[in-house]
Design a protein around this ligand. Structure first.
Ligand SMILES: NC(=O)C[C@H](N)C(=O)O
Length: 573
């Protein structure tokens, strides 16, 4: 029987060990060889008759048809030695990446069969080691060996093969119990249940039930034409330190000693830690020595924020926010960033606060996504309004317009839809009406950085200094969004920050200095803020920039005329 080449998808399954293939020896489970031979005896994993008719080589397996026009053919590559994943390290994960690199052109996708205990670490490391990935790499495994009558290995492996064979999801993923997670977002949460993993800060990329649902908008898009790059030089001298109440400074000091180059510090809640001066001093000394410390919350869900003084104390001690990264992802990212040759400490810190492989949600990203959807909606409703009027009684049309146009003006301002706003202006819409939290179209356009819209609204004479329920002006929102063009337009039209906004700026400026956010600081300066203003703890942006060694920021502040700070004020003992 001939095979139509176009209807085949070829996969490589790399078997590294783990419970899925384990056998019992002396009452304990140990990795077991010959997984491919086991799979060959299971009809759900191998269509023996069809494979023979096609003349497939002995080491090649073929799934029964998943759809009428497609066949998934796969080869199992068994690693030597097979390991319980508790014995896996960066070295083995880099070797897996190198196997993928060697076979990259031959196969359309890769499945990594791995133990579950360190699978989230493995997936995180692979996501950073493999750059410009255009094919799926899916890790899977099991809580119960595949030979057992009641096991999860069969469903997991079959699901991973089907996902890798049927969909182009160009990411390192983890498939477990009917869910496909982004690998560097997943974490193991149960030692026994089949639902062993979850992805606390990002929904699953795909869910398998009677139907397969792919969350397309979450799947990373591949841009450019750069070939696959494998970053084998991962730094091994990285560590993970979990804070606990009362942790002694001496223990922290002992942990942070060389040769350690980077640490993921698991802190309380939204990134908080003890504010004991001796402990902060240890962190500060280590950070000054060039040790990179990334702050991750030990909570399963949520992100590091700068809401608390105890969190800001961590930041002031030179610790970088890991936002909503899992500790596994943060450790892998540290290892990747430190492994890059020829980067300065500053460059490494900048890379760490960037989203490199979809491993973290930056505060503005969520906003951007929803604006796209809103834009389509806004346009359609505006179009309906302008046409629909002719099919209803004129009085009714006017009443409908009068009730809908204010919210449509707000929607148009939010999405930056100039055309829609133009239509609404022609319909006589009031462009100063506020939304439930008191924001006007100018607030929304300024917040989003829509210069064209801001120009249009200012020409219509809207109030440039209107305040929302929180007392925020359009200028403040433009500053927070770092929209220099909009800030310029608003200032020209006479906008200024209120005394409350100016008073609150100090702590915000310190935060920006800590994050080496020169753009953010410049935005405040452009809006007329005093960059020498002190934060809640009496320190100024320059204090913070000096303490964290953010030299670019120090230079910027000095260029803008900010004086060198006096001695740093430490919290009282
Ligand atoms: N379920 C498993 O795979 C656990 C095993 N100890 C491993 O990680 O290799």
């Amino acid at each position: 029987m001939a095979r139509a080449a176009g209807s085949e998808r070829r996969l490589l399954a790399v078997y590294t060990g783990g419970t899925i293939g384990m056998r019992s020896e002396d009452g304990v489970l140990v990795p077991g060889r010959g997984l491919a031979a086991v799979l060959k005896t299971l009809p759900m994993f191998h269509d023996e008759a069809y494979a023979r008719a096609c003349g497939l080589p002995e080491d090649t397996l073929m799934l029964p048809p998943a759809s009428s026009d497609q066949r998934i053919i796969y080869t199992v590559l068994e690693c030597q030695p097979l390991l319980d994943s508790s014995d896996m390290t960066i070295t083995e994960w880099v070797q897996i990446a190198q196997i993928i690199e060697r076979h990259y052109e031959q196969y359309q996708g890769f499945v990594i069969i791995h133990g579950t205990d360190t699978m989230a670490f493995a997936a995180s490391v692979l996501s950073f080691v493999l750059e410009n990935l255009r094919k799926p790499v899916i890790l899977t495994g099991a809580q119960v060996p595949i030979h057992a009558l009641w096991n999860d290995g069969r469903d997991n492996l079959l699901g991973a093969l089907l996902m890798a064979g049927q969909y182009v999801i160009p990411e390192v993923c983890l498939f477990f119990q009917n869910q496909l997670f982004r690998g560097n977002r997943a974490t193991k949460v149960d030692a026994r249940k089949f639902a062993a993993f979850c992805s606390p800060n990002l929904p699953a990329l795909a869910t398998v039930g009677a139907d397969i649902t792919i969350n397309r908008e979450l799947v990373r898009k591949v841009g450019g034409k750069d070939p696959l790059a494998v970053h084998s030089c991962m730094e091994r001298d990285v560590g993970l330190l979990r804070l606990y109440p009362g942790i002694p400074a001496s223990l922290v000091r002992a942990f942070l000693q060389p040769p350690l180059k980077g640490v993921v510090m698991e802190t309380f809640g939204s990134g908080n830690g003890p504010t004991k001066p001796d402990l902060l001093q240890e962190l500060r000394v280590a950070a000054k020595r060039g040790l990179i410390i990334v702050n991750c919350t030990h909570c399963l869900q949520g992100a590091v924020t700068s809401d608390y003084a105890s969190g800001m104390a961590m930041a002031g001690a030179g610790i970088i926010s890991g936002f909503d990264m899992t500790s596994e992802a943060a450790l892998a990212k540290l290892s990747y960033v430190l492994g890059h040759a020829g980067l300065s400490l500053e460059d490494r810190k900048k890379l760490l606060v960037k989203d490199l492989r979809g491993e973290m949600t930056l505060p503005m990203a969520a906003d951007r996504q929803s604006s796209l959807q809103d834009s389509i909606l806004g346009r359609r409703v505006a179009w309906l309004l302008s046409l629909g009027g002719s099919q209803v009684l004129p009085e009714e049309a006017d009443a409908v317009r009068a009730s809908l146009t204010p919210s449509l003006a707000l929607a148009a301002a939010h999405t930056g839809d100039l055309e829609a706003l133009q239509v609404l202006m022609e319909l006589g819409s009031d462009l100063s009406l506020q939304d439930p939290i008191g924001q006007t179209p100018l607030h929304l356009a300024a917040r989003r950085g829509h210069t064209g819209l801001v120009t249009m609204l200012l020409r219509r004479g809207v109030d440039v200094n209107s305040r929302d329920e929180d007392g925020h002006s359009p200028l403040l929102l433009a500053v927070r969004g770092r929209h220099q063009g909009v800030i310029g337009l608003l200032r020209e039209a006479g906008a200024c920050l209120s005394s409350q906004e100016l008073e609150d700026a100090g702590t915000e400026l310190c935060r920006l200095a800590f994050r080496a956010d020169s753009e953010g600081l410049q935005a405040w300066w452009q809006a007329g803020a005093d960059l020498g203003q002190q934060g809640y703890d009496g320190r100024s942006a320059l204090h913070v920039a000096e303490a964290t060694g953010n030299l670019e920021v120090v230079a910027l502040l000095q260029r803008l005329g900010i004086q060198a700070p006096g001695p740093e004020i430490l919290p009282d003992v």
